[in-house]
Design a protein around this ligand. Sequence first.
Ligand code: SF4
Ligand code: SF4
Length: 423
Amino acid sequence: MLRTKVSDMKTENIQPLPFQFQSSVHDSNVIVERTMNPQSVSSTQENISKSKIKKIPPELRREKILYKLEPLWYKRLLLRLQHDSQFLRSVVQFSFVFLCIWIGIEFYLFEQWGASEGVATFTQRPPGAEGFLPISALMSLKYWFQTGIINDVHPSGLFIFVAIVGIGILLKKAFCSWLCPVGTLSESLWILGKKIFGRNFTITKWIDVPLRGLKYLLLLFFAYSIWQMDVNDLQAFIYSPYNKMADVKMFQFFAHISTFALWTVIILMIASVFIKNFWCRYLCPYGALLGITSLLSPLKITRNKETCIDCELCTKACPANVKVHKVTKVWSDECTSCLACVEVCPVKNTLDIRTSLTRTKVPNWVFGSLIVGIFIAVTGMAIVTGHWQNNISKEEYLKRFPKIDNQMYQHNRGQVPHYTPED
Ligand code: SF4
Ligand code: SF4
């Protein structure tokens, strides 16, 4: 295994400053003395924290694997996946984006077939598209709990929803920063903004806090609406013509987007260039739900305050604006388990993801593998048990496609349009 010397550590933000800091760091029996030249402090106030990393002794420094020196490409790749959490996360994120693009292309071909009333070549509808119907999935979940029935209209949507909530309960909001394609787009936009303008912007706390509440209000609205529905209401919605074509309607919404919706998307994207994860932070009800489930997670980003040198690199790296260097455990509902803070911490065994009770360290690559593993396991279970494909036949789709603009397929302000068994 290849290991760095201290000087090779990933400390791009760690530059020696013209002063020394005096404090002590305790790790086991090690006491490290550092000295600071007070004359230099005033001129470099904003860089004080950087100075604190200057003299971490070698035995306390986090090791970095020099995978670049490995001659075999696959070993190099494996080493990097194992030891660079942000590289692993990017690989997972963009794999998931490509999966979604593939689903989008398949769905486009399916929609073309339906819109041509069967003239175009038939392409199987990709069930993964149901992952973009979370409200329908929430109703399916309640219906499942109340009746024991996994509906055959959007069964894969239900399993994808269960996988995401399961990840939320076990691994905090990891779905947002590891799998969600909207999260990946948001992150790409603020990184772009940082490259163009040299920085991102934060909204002042007294506006930020109430704005963050908006996503919870949206979640409350959906949850309360579904909570009020009894079994008959749920059944009426789930088996309605509207819900049967909800994935097609959603695709057509974006394929033939209205001017108003397009401007809304453009404004959200522009806001995301300036403010990190604007949509996720303020408006996404899915993120709100996962923020709540994350509180149940047995894993937490945990800081060892005995060895922490208060360099604040973790807080600076955090895209969720969590003050990591001030807490011993990150409980914030905004923490997306991106591990960016863990990756930058320069001190060994100081900032890690650990189990709450036993404080057992979970290696970053294990954490990433768990996210992907849970998602594949739950969706795989749907495939194995025959709950992946829906039960709507080609003939039924061909009957419904020509009528898709009829009143029966309109959202109708949340009310299910009246329909008969023949519809
Ligand atoms: S606290 Fe750490 S893991 Fe959580 S969002 Fe911030 S950087 Fe990511
Ligand atoms: S926990 Fe944060 S403040 Fe403490 S040493 Fe690590 S990066 Fe620096």
